[in-house]
Write a protein that binds this ligand. Structure first.
Ligand SMILES: [Zn+2]
Length: 79
């Protein structure tokens, strides 16, 4: 069996924990960047109050969350 000092065991444990936390942080950061990217077809512009909002559920008509009016899909946007 390998005999190591107690302080070395603590140092090794801390180093392994730091590497684990760092790798988890890098992994989750990349996942969040993927979620943030949104297709332009989900971005809606309200024709009444000029509010810009995101609606990923509707395709042709969407309700403005600010003024409650119905908005048609922009003609030149890709569906
Ligand atoms: Zn509106």
């Amino acid at each position: 069996m390998i005999a190591i000092d107690f302080s070395w065991a603590i140092a090794l444990y801390a180093a392994v924990s730091l590497v684990l936390v760092f790798s988890v942080w890098v992994f989750t950061r990349k996942e969040k960047e993927k979620e943030v990217t949104i297709e332009p077809k989900f971005i809606w512009f309200c024709s009444i109050c000029t509010y810009t909002y995101i609606n990923t559920k509707e395709d042709t008509i969407s309700v403005c969350p600010r003024c409650g009016s119905y908005n048609e899909a922009h003609p030149d946007r890709k569906l």
